[in-house]
Design a protein around this ligand. Structure first.
Ligand code: AMP
Length: 565
C-alpha cells in the first residue's frame, strides 16, 4: 500500500475520482438534469445542488422499487445500506455495490497496517496474536424489487471482500459473526475469546458501546462459559447449527485448568482491570471512541486498567472517510485522515456566519469547522453528511479531521443552543465528580423537557457500583453535585438564562434501573436499528423511548444552585 503516494497526491486523486464518477453517472436521470452529459468539474460545482436525504430519497426509492439503477447510478446497484439512524429517529437506506465493501476492506487493511507498524509487534517485530473481534451480522431484508438491505457491517460480512480477506486473525470463527441471533453470537464470541485467552492481543468492536455491552454480558454469563470450558460442552441454547459446530471445534474438549483460572479472576470483588486480567497479552482495545462514544472511555479505562484505546476509522453508510494515522495518540487527540481515493469530498463551512462557502478536500483550513459533502460512486452527489468536523492538521497534503458532533443534535429549552459537544463536556466533568464515589456511569441520554415551565434538561443515568457485588445506592449529595457541575459546564448563554432570567429550570438527573439502557437498545434494534452500529442517542426524541425510561426511574436529583456566570 503506497500511503505516501495516496496522501501526497490528494488533489490529483480527488480530481480523478470526480471525473470517473461524473463520467460513469453522466447519463443517469439524476445527474443528466444538471450536467446534460458533461463531466466537467466546474459545471458540476456550478449546477449540481447541495442536497439532504429527502432530496434524493424519491430516486433511491424508485431503484429500491425495481426501476433500473441508472435512475441514479451508472453502475448497477446491488443492494442498500441501512444507516443506524437512531439519532434523528428515521432510518435511511443508501444504494451501493461491491465497491463499497472493497473500500471497507481497504480501510480495514490500512488499519491493520498501522497497527502492525505502531502497536502489535513485539521486540523482534514478529508477534501477531489474535483479535477478539465483536462483529455481528443482522438478518438482511429485501427491497420491494428483491435487492438486499443490510447494515454496512452485515453487508461487509456477506461480501467477497470479507470471505477472501488476506489473513484471519480473529478468535471467533466466521460462523459466529454471521449468526443472526445476537445473544448467541455475543456468547460465542466471548467464549471463543476466553478459550484462546493466551493468544488474544486486542479486543475490538466497531463502537465502544458494543465493548462495554460485551463486558456487561460477560458479567451475567461467565459462570456458564467457564462450565462450557470445563466440560468441553457448549450450552444447549446455542442452537444455530453452524455456529455450534464451529465453536465446539474451538472448545476442543474439557479444560479444567483454564476454567479455574478464569473463575478466579471473575470471582474477584471488583472488575477493575478485568480485560487485562482475563486476556493478559492484550496490548490495545480497538473501537470508535470519538463523538457519542467518548462517553464510554471512562468505563473502558476502568475495565482495562487503561490499556491503550485505538479509535481506528471514520465511516458511514454513505461512504468510508479515513483512518486514524496515529494509533498511539490519546483519546482526546484522535483525528482521521481522509483517503482521497474513496469518494469525492467537499466541505461546507459550519462556523458561525456560514455563508455556504464550499471548498475541496485539500483547501480546508486548520482550525475551521466543516460539514462534509459526499459525492460517491452510487448516486449521492454533494450530499450533506450531517457531521461536523474540525481540521486538526495535515498528513502530507491530506487533511486530518477531529470528529466534533452530529449536526442536528442539540438541546434547547429557550434561546440557548446546547450541542452534543457541550453535553459531552458537561458529562465528562460530572464523571470526575462520580470518580470520587464508588459509582460508574454505564449509560446516559438526555432530553429537553418543555412540558412544564420553565423547561429544563433531564439526564437519564444508569449507574453501577465499582464493586460488582455492591448494590447501587446513589448518594444524594454526589448526584446533586453532578447536576451542578453539568450546569457549570454548559454554555455562557445557558448559565445566563438559567441564573438571570429563570427561563431555564434546574437541571435534573433521573437515575434508572440497571439494564435500562440495554433494554432501550433492544427496543431500537427491534425497530430495525443495527446492533453493531447502534449508538445510544445522546438526546432522545422518541416518546416511546422516553416513556420507557420514565418507567424505570429509581430516583431524581436537581441542581440546587444557579451556575456561576
Ligand atoms: P452509520 O451510517 O449508521 O454507520 O452511521 C454513521 C455515523 O456514525 C457517522 O455519520 C457519524 O455520525 C458516526 N460515526 C462514524 N464513525 C465515527 C467516528 N470515528 N467517530 C465519531 N462518530 C462516528
Amino acid at each position: 500500500m503506497d500511503l505516501m503516494k495516496l496522501t501526497s497526491n490528494a488533489k490529483q486523486i480527488q480530481d480523478d475520482v470526480l471525473k470517473e464518477i461524473l463520467t460513469l453517472n453522466a447519463n443517469t436521470e439524476y445527474l443528466y438534469r444538471y450536467l446534460h452529459g458533461s463531466s466537467d468539474k466546474e459545471l458540476f460545482k456550478k449546477n449540481v445542488p447541495v442536497i439532504s436525504y429527502d432530496d434524493v430519497k424519491p430516486y433511491i426509492q424508485r431503484v429500491a422499487n425495481g426501476e433500473p439503477s441508472n435512475v441514479i447510478s451508472g453502475k448497477p446497484i446491488t443492494g442498500f445500506l441501512l444507516s443506524s439512524g437512531t439519532s434523528g429517529g428515521e432510518q435511511k437506506i443508501f444504494p451501493v455495490n461491491n465497491k463499497f465493501f472493497e473500500d471497507m476492506a481497504f480501510i480495514f487493511a490500512l488499519r491493520s497496517f498501522l497497527i502492525s507498524k505502531h502497536i502489535e509487534d513485539d521486540e523482534e517485530g514478529n508477534e501477531k496474536g489474535k483479535v477478539l473481534m465483536l462483529f455481528f451480522a443482522r438478518q438482511q431484508s429485501t427491497s420491494p424489487c428483491g435487492l438486499p438491505i443490510s447494515t454496512s457491517v452485515t453487508g461487509y460480512l456477506m461480501s467477497d471482500s470479507f470471505k477472501n480477506r488476506p489473513s484471519n486473525c480473529f478468535t471467533s470463527p466466521d460462523e459466529v459473526a454471521l449468526c443472526p441471533d445476537l445473544k448467541q453470537a455475543m456468547y460465542c464470541h466471548l467464549l471463543c475469546g476466553l478459550r484462546q485467552r493466551d493468544e488474544v492481543v486486542a479486543l475490538a468492536a466497531s463502537f465502544a458501546s458494543s465493548l462495554v455491552g460485551a463486558i456487561t454480558f460477560l458479567e451475567s454469563y461467565w459462570k456458564e462459559m467457564c462450565s462450557n470450558i470445563r466440560y468441553g460442552q457448549l450450552s444447549e441454547w446455542i442452537t444455530d447449527l453452524r455456529c455450534r459446530d464451529a465453536v465446539t471445534n474451538i472448545l476442543g474438549g474439557s479444560n479444567c485448568e483454564l476454567a479455574d483460572q478464569i473463575e478466579e479472576e471473575c470471582n474477584k470483588i471488583s472488575w477493575e482491570g478485568i480485560v487485562t486480567r482475563l486476556w493478559p497479552k492484550v496490548k490495545f482495545i480497538q473501537s470508535i471512541i470519538t463523538g457519542q462514544n467518548s462517553q464510554y472511555i471512562p468505563m473502558l479505562e476502568f475495565y482495562s486498567n487503561k490499556v491503550h484505546l485505538f479509535s481506528p476509522a471514520y465511516g458511514s453508510s454513505e461512504t468510508m472517510f479515513g483512518v486514524n494515522m496515529n494509533p498511539l495518540c490519546k483519546p482526546q487527540d484522535v483525528s482521521y485522515t481522509f483517503m482521497p481515493n474513496i469518494s469525492y469530498f467537499e466541505f461546507i463551512l459550519a462556523d458561525d456566519g456560514n455563508k455556504g462557502e464550499i471548498v475541496d478536500l485539500v483547501n480546508v483550513k486548520i482550525g475551521s469547522y466543516y460539514e462534509p459533502l459526499i459525492t460517491n460512486y452510487y448516486g449521492l452527489h454533494r450530499y450533506r453528511m450531517g457531521d461536523i468536523l474540525q481540521v486538526s492538521g495535515f498528513y502530507n497534503n491530506e487533511p486530518q479531521f477531529r470528529f466534533v458532533r452530529r449536526k442536528n443534535m442539540v438541546l434547547s429549552v429557550n434561546l440557548e443552543v446546547t450541542t452534543e459537544e457541550d453535553i459531552l463536556k458537561a458529562l465528562n466533568n460530572a464523571t470526575l465528580v462520580l470518580k470520587r464515589s464508588d459509582l460508574l456511569l454505564t449509560g446516559f441520554t438526555c432530553y429537553a423537557d418543555i412540558s412544564t415551565l420553565p423547561g429544563h434538561y433531564i439526564f437519564y443515568w444508569e449507574l453501577k457500583a465499582k464493586n460488582i457485588s455492591d448494590i447501587v445506592k446513589p448518594g444524594n449529595k454526589v448526584l446533586v453535585e453532578c447536576c451542578c457541575v453539568m450546569e457549570e459546564s454548559l454554555s455562557a448563554l445557558y448559565r445566563d438564562i438559567r441564573s438571570k432570567d429563570g427561563s431555564i429550570g434546574a437541571l435534573e438527573i433521573r437515575v434508572v434501573q440497571q439494564g435500562t439502557f440495554h433494554s432501550l437498545m433492544e427496543i431500537f434494534i427491534s425497530q430495525g436499528a443495527s446492533p453493531s452500529q447502534y449508538k445510544t442517542p445522546i438526546c432522545i426524541k422518541s416518546s416511546e423511548a422516553l416513556a420507557f425510561l420514565d418507567n424505570n426511574v429509581l430516583a431524581r436529583f436537581f441542581s440546587d444552585k444557579s451556575p456561576p456566570l
